[in-house]
Design a protein around this ligand. Structure first.
Ligand SMILES: Cc1ncc(COP(=O)(O)O)c(C=O)c1O
Length: 395
């Protein structure tokens, strides 16, 4: 028994909670169990909340900016958990990681320029490229023997053919759960270096790594890769503080940093909110023990989920994740149409999931489940799904 209780159910309804309160508006039903957005159902530990309470008691919430303790907290977390340190002048603090992705697209490419991603991948990668009037280039991940890998030949060919200017990488990779190895990162980085491609690496899932795997931050690779490098970090996933929009974007090259800052200012953003800065500082300073127990709990959730799928859904394939609290399941062997699969999840199992199609056109037969919740919620969800699949009359 650990110090923290992750089994407790906290009612989040009625808190303007995107995950729970918008089912009717977004999906047309209010009886759905939500396992979609990457948002955890665990409250922060008391020691962190006490710091928040104290700050709130002060009563004044004017403009703010990062101070020394902020950078010290980043360095404590990054050195302990990922094995590198930063200099304060490398850091930009925008309102969240997706805003940083959109800002980088504008800062490092021109309208019409090509940007490359590897689908299936977190769908805002596509959105910031397309909505920014840039050309989307996809080098589809290989899916062979139930495992995802990068296709280097295809990637390089597309970089050259399209004169790609920017690469957006997800490590650990949402939704497929790969924690890219050092060798894989070096291989892809070499291609980018050779062709002058700016690398934007989103590492927000870095703290969720399953036993037997090791996270390699781009910041720990050879310094030669830092010339055109942007690394996105945030406590938003690890501590579930996305509603405060924290992010610390690392850019070791001052020219890269200056371009990014100019674009950020052009979007009208200057100072990060006080509670966002406080959350980053406090969580990174005080949160190590809580995260260790959290990751152990989620690992058990993952094992439970896998066993349930293997025992009860003979035609479903559980893609073994190496990291993230997102589970990627392949339902293609059931032979349902894409609409039928969606109908089963929503109307028959009453589950609100992220359908695979939003991560790329080739994965409509996959569903993504968020398992960062008490185990009993997973039990309920999987039993609902079992009943739906057992009783479904094929269209
Ligand atoms: C890979 C990845 N990047 C970024 C985000 C969101 O970042 P933010 O809320 O800071 O914009 C998510 C959320 O799920 C994510 O999975």
């Amino acid at each position: 028994m650990g110090k923290y209780n992750f089994d407790a159910i906290v009612d989040r309804r009625g808190t303007s909670c995107l995950k729970y309160d918008f089912a009717m508006k977004r999906k047309g039903r209010d009886d759905l169990l939500p396992m979609w957005v990457a948002d955890m159902d665990f409250p922060l530990p008391e020691e962190i909340l006490n710091v928040f309470h104290n700050r709130i008691s002060h009563g004044i919430f004017g403009y703010s900016d990062p101070t020394d303790p902020y950078y010290a907290a980043l360095n404590k977390w990054f050195s302990t958990h990922y094995g590198y340190t930063i200099e304060p002048e490398w850091i930009s603090v925008p309102c969240g990681v997706v805003f940083a992705l959109a800002t980088a697209v504008k800062a490092f490419t021109e309208p019409g320029d090509a940007c490359i991603i590897q689908q299936p991948v977190y769908y805002p990668f596509r959105e910031v490229i397309e909505n920014g009037d840039r050309k989307l280039v996809n080098s589809q991940l290989r899916y062979e023997n139930g495992r995802y890998t990068m296709n280097y030949e295809d990637f390089e060919q597309k970089v050259v053919e399209n004169n790609v200017k920017l690469y957006i990488l997800c490590n650990p990779h949402n939704p497929v759960g790969r924690v890219w190895t050092k060798d894989e990162l070096v291989r892809i980085a070499d291609i980018c270096l050779k062709h002058g491609v700016t690398m934007l690496v989103d590492e927000v899932h870095a703290d969720f790594i399953y036993p037997g795997h090791k996270f390699t931050s781009f910041m720990t690779l050879d310094e030669k890769y830092r010339e055109k490098l942007i690394v996105c970090t945030s406590p938003s996933k690890t501590f579930n503080v996305a509603g405060l929009q924290p992010a610390s974007i690392i850019m070791p090259n001052p020219e890269v940093k200056a371009k990014f800052e100019t674009e950020k200012a052009a979007a009208g953003y200057s100072n990060a909110p006080i509670m966002s800065l406080l959350a980053t500082t406090t969580c990174y300073e005080m949160g190590s023990d809580w995260v260790a127990e959290l990751v152990a709990y989620i690992t058990e959730n993952k094992n439970y989920f896998k066993k349930f799928v293997e025992e009860n859904f003979p035609k479903a394939y559980f893609v073994e994740p190496e990291g993230t609290y997102l589970i990627w399941v392949d339902f293609s062997a059931y032979g349902y149409s894409d609409e039928e699969l969606e109908h089963i999840m929503l109307e028959e199992a009453h589950l609100w999931l992220d359908s695979g199609k939003i991560f790329g056109p080739a994965t409509a037969q996959f569903e993504r489940f968020n398992i960062a919740c008490p185990r009993s919620t997973i039990e309920t969800a999987l039993n609902q799904l079992k009943e739906a699949l057992d009783n479904h009359k094929k269209w």
